[in-house]
Design a protein around this ligand. Sequence first.
Ligand code: ADP
Ligand code: MG
Length: 221
Amino acid sequence: AEKLLNDQGKLASIGQISASIAHEIKNPLTSVKGFLQLLKESQPHYYLDIMESELDKALATLQNLLHVSKPDLFEEPLVPIELCKELDSLLFLFQEKLYNVKTELIFRDSERVVVGKRNLLLKAFFNLIKNALEAIIEKGDIKIEHYYEDGFINIKIFDTGVGISEDILKKLGTPFLTTKTEGTGLGLTQVFTTIHEHGGTISVQSVIGEGTVFHVQLPCD
Ligand code: ADP
Ligand code: MG
């Protein structure tokens, strides 16, 4: 099964609604957090620590939501990015999760640079690698390929994880779509908007029980 992720219209309207809700909820929560911190100073109690860390989780989710629904709020300069180097460092972030995962990096044309918003793009690749790792239950392989072809840098992320059902594949990229108990369903939405914002494309191929490959193409001259 294969799908090209390009359903931009639906995303725009869901995005606008989500952004306004995220804003409305974030402000009061931030204020609650401020008073909680004051309270902790005068009357420390571990219940308050739990409350604060739960609030932080909610605030982080809202922050992600703003990220995917209002990318223009996160204006970043366009800079040259050496993706091979960055992908290498990203994998390093996951090192303690990699003990049961064999990784293989096949970097061709690594001297090519992509011009883009560094934080957004790295976050997108972080989200793709995270999903690949989460798809692997006991052990498996992740392979990342990088090569140049016809004006595009191609990045392919292969995993031998659980795979994606037809049903989910059809809806991939929709905000809040998740099959995980602790998932937010915002990772691929961020990936999706970021790659499109950079004039790129993304497609996915998956076979249940065998694995998944995400193929990202980013313009590069
Ligand atoms: P989350 O990871 O929080 O669930 P995402 O937007 O990152 O949200 O992914 C949405 C859903 O897409 C996941 O819950 C999972 O079902 C599916 N998915 C994404 N990447 C993969 C992958 N590499 N292998 C299997 N399923 C995946
Ligand atoms: Mg995810």
